[in-house]
Design a protein around this ligand. Structure first.
Ligand code: UT7
Length: 374
């Protein structure tokens, strides 16, 4: 497929991006490398300079039928509805039925997103599934979803693993693919059966997570290179592997030959979360030249209502502009942002032309933020 701006962007990418990338590797004489954001001239052309934008053409979501309340959990582990509500904001979470896999949740969410976009499976060029709980080690869950939906053979399909930041990572990758002219219509799905990684005897983690899936259809459309454009205006994805032990699974195919269980030092993760999230959000707003007052709706990863309150306060975002689904969904990892986004669209809290700010932070550590106009 050849898109109108492809040749022009390829030339720009080759001349600028690769020069920047070479300069940024600079570990000279074995000195420790300190990464700093590079100027992103290639993604911010001057106003009026036409460019491809990745526009959200439709959203969809799916939650498994079974609901587990805080009281249900208090019957199996030493906890209480009061502790869970006041420390996290969670009241209940959904749990996938036996035999219901991540690909099943992802397929349902994707079908709803395609319908909302007015597109058919045959229009999709790429399927990206952000997940930490794939059906199998391989094939990719995205390939199973491709077959389930009837997305044509030859389309791109792969999984992306950045834990709770998976949807933000997926958005940066999908946006890059679209702007490079590689694909036109991308189905980006965040889907998890995270309850399958939980140690139900560990009260510090088993009360936090839930299952679900959310999806968006991203479509390449020509914009004017200004903040008034619809689509992804800026997205950043970051990681710092030095903190990997603070949130991890104690098993994996190569290390143990098992799946493992989720382990977290919650207080430490919490401490890092507010700082990292705020940093990424400030970065995307600064890159796009907008302030917190310009944001119509803040659609964050739903990890803890106290993290979201603190982040919104730090950035000066009014409480009524924060989309909260944590009470009903719990923390659904990579699915939480697209689930919240779909809820916002279907409840009429976000509509065409609105400026949205997304953020996430998770295991790795990974974190990131995205600014987009619906
Ligand atoms: O999505 C990926 C990113 N994840 C996050 O951002 C999660 C970040 N962390 C958090 O959200 C919070 O740290 C938690 C919700 C996980 C924990 O809240 P906290 O206020 O940091 O509690 P804590 O870990 O400091 O524990 C406080 C107390 C402890 O008891 P003692 O030592 O003070 O007697 C825990 O044993 O609460 C106890 N506790 C519980 N009590 C009742 C821990 N879990 C529970 C529980 N029920 N489920």
């Amino acid at each position: 497929m050849t898109l109108p701006l492809r040749g022009r962007w390829n030339a720009l990418l080759q001349s600028r991006f690769f020069l920047d990338a070479t300069a940024a590797t600079g570990a000279e004489n074995g000195a420790a490398r300190t990464w700093r954001p590079r100027p992103r001239t290639f993604s911010t052309p001057a106003d009026g300079d036409a460019m491809l934008r990745s526009v959200i053409a439709g959203t969809g979501s799916y939650l498994p039928e079974k609901v587990l309340t805080n009281d249900d959990l208090a019957a199996i582990v030493d906890t209480s509805d009061e502790w869970i509500r006041t420390r996290t904001g969670i009241r209940q979470r959904h749990v996938a039925a036996e035999g219901e896999n991540t690909s099943d949740l992802a397929t349902q969410a994707a079908e709803a997103a395609l319908q909302a976009a007015g597109l058919k499976a045959g229009d999709v060029d790429a399927v990206l599934v952000a997940t930490t709980t794939p059906d199998y080690t391989f094939p990719a869950t995205a390939c199973i979803v491709q077959a389930n939906l009837g997305v044509p053979a030859g389309a791109m399909a792969f999984d992306l693993q950045a834990v709770c930041s998976g949807f933000i990572y997926g958005l940066t990758v999908a946006d890059s693919l679209i702007r490079a002219g590689q694909v036109r219509n991308v189905l980006l799905i965040g889907a998890e059966t995270l309850t399958r990684l939980l140690d139900w005897a560990d009260r510090s983690t088993c009360v936090l997570f839930g299952d679900g899936a959310g999806a968006v259809v991203l479509r390449g459309e020509e914009g004017q290179g200004s903040n008034a454009d619809r689509g992804v205006l800026h997205a950043v994805a970051r990681a710092d592997g030095r903190y990997r032990e603070l949130l991890h699974t104690d098993g994996g195919p190569s290390a143990t030959g098992t799946v493992g269980k989720l382990r977290m030092q919650g207080r430490e993760v919490f401490r890092h979360a507010v700082a990292r999230i705020a940093e990424a959000m400030e970065e995307v707003m600064e890159q796009a030249g907008v302030s917190a007052q310009d944001i119509d709706l803040f659609v964050p990863h739903q990890a803890n209502v106290r993290i979201l309150d603190a982040t919104a306060r730090k950035l000066g975002i009014a409480p009524e502009k924060v989309m909260l689904t944590i009470a009903e969904h719990g923390n659904t990892s990579a699915a939480s942002i697209p689930l919240a986004l779909d809820a916002a669209v279907r409840q009429g809290r976000a509509g065409r032309g609105d400026l949205l700010l997304l953020e996430a932070m998770g295991g790795g550590f990974t974190w990131g933020a995205a600014l987009l106009r619906l």
